[in-house]
Design a protein around this ligand. Structure first.
Ligand code: NAP
Length: 289
């Protein structure tokens, strides 16, 4: 990070809580490395202050902000415009302030696809995909995959009503038909034998519950499939460790976190982000936690 002075521009993170975030390390390292006089600051916003905080972006002339749990959906009513992805997904993780006009974007799903392609060398076209979970991250990734030419999508969920809601939404907006099964029926449902890409979008296995494992029998997965976990802490979840042990290709959530940030950086600055610097800062911040 450069020294803060009278010309420093500010980007914020809006969430509640925000203490867990790794984004300031990644973005401040990037700003400093290419001499951009900008600083990234976390703002812990209580629910009753959300709309004031959004007005604050306008009033303080912030460059923009990231949005995290629990405001990715709630923030939409405070914005002036939405990108097509944010509109479709119904959630925003990045805001750009253009002279007081706030536009919301969603870079989470695109971040995942970029990580899948660049880090794992796997393209989504014509693939059969199963996502575990139907929460915020699952939604962003599912919509982006549906837009990326996948052949088949199955949602394995704890609450069928949530899964069916997301499935209907994806069907209406993208034309892709999505099957919904119970998370505990994944093995008996037979679907695992047909998939190319398995994605854990639940917090099962996330620190501190690192021994937890989603109810998936990895023996049923085809040898050439890839197992992805959106969790980035730990870098290797129980799911990924077992998949690796079984000889399957794996991908953790660090790349998604990196690329959603890189895409946001580009939206705020209009310049290509220093990816390697961001990756190094992110890995260091996660390791030091
Ligand atoms: P979320 O909105 O709370 O959704 C969590 C989903 O997992 C819901 O469908 C929830 O089901 C399900 N779930 C939670 N606990 C479960 C359990 N014990 N058994 C079965 N299902 C369970 O959370 P999120 O924001 O989508 O985050 C999900 C994961 O993705 C987290 O681990 C998060 O760290 C990771 N993530 C990674 C990135 C990245 O950039 N790599 C970005 C965002 C999120 P119910 O609705 O029934 O509770």
């Amino acid at each position: 990070m450069l020294a803060v002075n009278g010309k420093t521009k500010v980007v914020g993170l809006i969430g509640y809580p925000v203490e867990h975030t790794f984004s300031p390390s990644m973005h401040n390292a990037a700003f400093g490395s290419i001499g951009l006089n900008m600083v990234y600051l976390p703002f812990s916003i209580k629910p009753e202050n959300l709309s004031n905080a959004l007005d604050g972006i306008r009033g303080l002339d912030l460059i923009g902000a990231n949005v995290t749990i629990p405001y990715k959906e709630k923030v939409i009513s405070c914005l002036d415009k939405l990108s097509s992805e944010a509109e479709m997904i119904g959630a925003v993780n990045t805001i750009v302030n253009n002279d007081g006009i706030l536009k919301g974007y969603n870079t989470d799903g695109l971040g995942f696809i970029r990580s899948l392609e660049e880090d794992a060398g796997v393209t989504p076209e014509d693939k059969s995909v199963m996502i575990l979970g139907a929460g915020g991250a699952a939604k962003a990734v599912a919509f982006q995959l549906a837009l990326s030419g996948i052949q088949e999508l199955t949602l394995a969920v704890r609450r069928l009503d949530e899964g069916n809601k997301l499935s209907n939404d994806i069907g209406e907006k993208t034309g892709i038909k999505t099957k919904v099964i119970g998370l505990n029926d994944v093995e008996t449902g037979g679907k695992l034998r047909e998939i190319d890409i398995l994605i854990n979008a639940t917090p099962i296995g996330m620190s501190p519950n690192v021994e937890d494992m989603p109810p998936v029998n990895l023996k049923q997965i085809p040898d050439d499939a890839i197992v992805c976990d959106l969790i980035y802490n730990p870098a290797e979840t129980q799911l990924l460790a077992q998949a690796k042990g079984r000889g399957l290709k794996t991908l953790n959530g660090i790349g998604m976190l990196l690329y959603q940030g890189a895409l946001a950086f580009e939206l705020w600055t209009g310049i290509k982000p220093p990816i390697e610097i961001m990756k190094k800062a992110l890995k260091k911040a996660i390791t030091c936690r």
